[in-house]
Design a protein around this ligand. Sequence first.
Ligand code: UD1
Length: 432
Amino acid sequence: MDKFVIRGGEPLLGTVRVSGAKNAALPCMAAALLTDQPVILENIPQVRDIQTTRNLLTAMGAEVELGYGRAQHRTTIHCENLATPEASYELVKTMRASTLVLGPLVARCGRARVSLPGGCAIGARPIDLHIKGLEQLGAKITQEHGYIEARADRLKGAEIAFDKITVTGTEDLLMAATLAEGETVLENCAREPEVADLADLLNKMGAKIGGAGTPTIRVKGVSKLKGAKHRIIPDRIEAGTFVIAAAMTGGDLNIAGCNPAHLGAIISKLHEVGVKTRTNGDSVRVMGDNPFTAADLSTEEYPGFPTDCQAQFMALATQAEGTSVITENIFENRFMHALELVRMGANIKIEGRRAVVRGKTPLSAAAVLASDLRASASLVLAALVADGETIIDRVYHIDRGYEHIEEKLKGVGAQIRRIGEMFPKKAAAVKG
Ligand code: UD1
């Protein structure tokens, strides 16, 4: 299993480039299931979850080409024949977002069989809202042997109000509604930029969607969708991770190729603690030369502070002057990183959904364990400022969502190396 070895103490200096958004690429790849024509996606990040999605689609009969040259992060997905509209437990258990195929499959093939995701490191994460919404669109759903089976001759447009805001739930029903008969109105939708990006692709494919990125999305169903070419938006969570890393290490870092408009909550939180930033086009420069102070933080749905950057902010809070209270509102049990940070010398008390972080504590290198994707990122950030050499085990979690993070960090001055190699260099182009 791969590990990172990180020697702390170097400020991050220079320019780092942000990859395409994993959380936009995944639903866009699932959207290719809605048409028998090829869908071409550019700016696909080279991360493990993309490979898992490729495996998921090819197991159904899709042809997926992944071109991973230096400049070419592109995939072509052709779902002409979908012999097996199924997502197996083996794949769903490694990536919960696999449930994104449920809506498109039942809409296009009239049936879908998808494993229930079960628990994961950051809580129960049910998919009841996906199921309820599909039922409202007329699908017959049964559950057996750990699988959900959905069937419908043709879905029918409906008015659906989500009881709770869900990102992949919104995306799943949005995709299903594109091929439904009549109009669908989705209320209380997730407003994340990744939802709007998916809607952009779907509209290029011939869908009739309005309001994506707002709480109310209207979809006029069409009988067929066609192929399209689309460029995935930049990854705001990766960008946010670099913003926090620059501030923590007292660096001067230019984060290029991002969309600063998507980083509003993260940047304003950093301003609150006293970090200076400057935005220029698609770049954000972080000037971390002055000490920063504590601030309370609550995670919220977009445009609030993202739960996917909570763990990284907690690492920063260990180095802030004063006490920060961090409240996790989106997921229960998303503080696994806190215990590892404490092993490195942090002072963190967990009280239910709140973590009380007392700074500033010196961190010292230790052997630590990555428990999930964003928790791993927070351990990398802590290691960048820790005294000595930290060894982070199970970095396959970070490989799920960060493209070559060790190379990017090394490029801006971090002392980081990988033991083992997750992506063998020869696998430049993969066809499946
Ligand atoms: C997506 C992101 C993930 C991010 C999360 C919240 C992708 C691939 N993943 O995950 O990185 O952390 O949004 O921003 O885009 N819920 C239910 N029933 C449902 C669905 C969700 O109760 O049917 C609950 C969840 O348990 C959670 C909350 O709703 O408490 C939000 O979850 P959701 O937005 O669905 O997260 P994901 O879409 O899985």
